[in-house]
Design a protein around this ligand. Structure first.
Ligand code: BV8
Length: 234
């Protein structure tokens, strides 16, 4: 039976690529009220504000490049003699840009557009507007294809299945404050996985991990990947 590593990533893995986190000092949620820009109610109240928020983040993400942590995870997927599955809370495309293939965006992605009327999905334009007609049904019902608070994250069945089979569960660059992602460590532990937190500092859920390594992702992630590959190539 091949070994399986499940990796959860959050905004902290992209911090050193210049993309803001949410809850750190000067994080996004210190500048915007998440109820205004990351909920369906906020979008209904002021769609132009929400579109501007995601257009700005899409422009930032388009300028960003993968850092040593993203690249180390891509190396792990290529060289590890088992399965490596990344579940990311992030909406940037930096894991794919680094070469990772087995990636699930549980909170959607900035490069996706969704039609509220017919649920058609297509690649988001750099600048999205509320009046953009859906390419499929032609209705002006465009929204970013991201999962807001109160909405159901993507791929929950696939994720639960993966957590039940994981030998190792690694959480990287997330504060452990958003559910259901914050529960994944308990789910993996329940099924016997070895759990590891790689983060700048202890997250809200740090005590739930069997192993923790603290420091910037560009240092602790490549080191952990090197240790994991050395361990499996003995
Ligand atoms: C759902 C959208 C039902 C896209 C996001 C009360 C109690 C418990 C739960 C709830 C509650 N009230 C409401 C809820 C549910 C709610 C929730 O969890 N609220 C929280 C605020 C309490 N959750 C939901 O609504 C979710 N849906 O529950 O549906 C359901 C569930 C399952 C099955 C069926 C039905 C939907 C949540 C998704 C919301 N959308 N984003 C976007 O705009 O990006 S969430 C948003 O926060 C981002 O997606 C982000 O990824 C996510 C988590 O944040 P982090 O990634 O952790 O970022 P953060 O800034 O917090 O932390 C950064 C970390 O990195 C820090 O630890 C820092 O130390 C570290 N770091 C910084 N620099 C570095 C670093 N680490 C390493 N190196 C560095 N250089």
């Amino acid at each position: 039976m091949t070994a399986k590593i499940v990796i959860l990533t959050g905004a902290g893995i992209s911090a050193e690529s210049g993309l803001g986190t949410f809850r750190d000092v000067d994080g996004l949620w210190t500048k915007y009220d998440l109820n205004d820009v990351a909920t369906p109610e906020g979008f209904a109240r002021n769609p132009e504000l929400v579109m501007a928020f995601y257009n700005a983040r899409r422009a930032n993400a388009a300028e960003a490049t993968p850092n040593a942590a993203h690249k180390a995870l891509a190396r792990l997927e290529a060289d590890f003699p088992g399965e490596v599955f990344i579940v990311t809370q992030n909406v940037d495309g930096l894991h794919e840009a680094a070469g990772s293939r087995n990636v699930l965006h549980m909170h959607g992605a900035l490069h996706g557009a969704l039609c509220k009327a017919c649920e058609h999905r297509w690649p988001a334009p750099p600048v999205m507007s509320v009046t953009d007609p859906c390419p499929h049904c032609r209705k002006p019902a465009t929204r970013p294809d991201v999962v807001w608070f109160g909405e159901i994250p993507y791929g929950m069945h696939v994720i639960s299945e993966a957590l039940s089979q994981a030998d190792v569960f690694v959480s990287i660059g997330t504060s452990g404050e958003v559910y259901p992602a914050a529960n994944f460590v308990a789910e993996a532990d329940h099924h016997g996985a070895h759990t590891i937190e790689l983060n700048l500092e202890p997250s809200a859920g740090a005590s739930g991990f069997a192993e923790t390594r603290f420091g910037p992702a560009t240092e602790v992630v490549p080191q952990w990947v090197a240790d994991e590959l050395a361990r499996t190539q003995k």
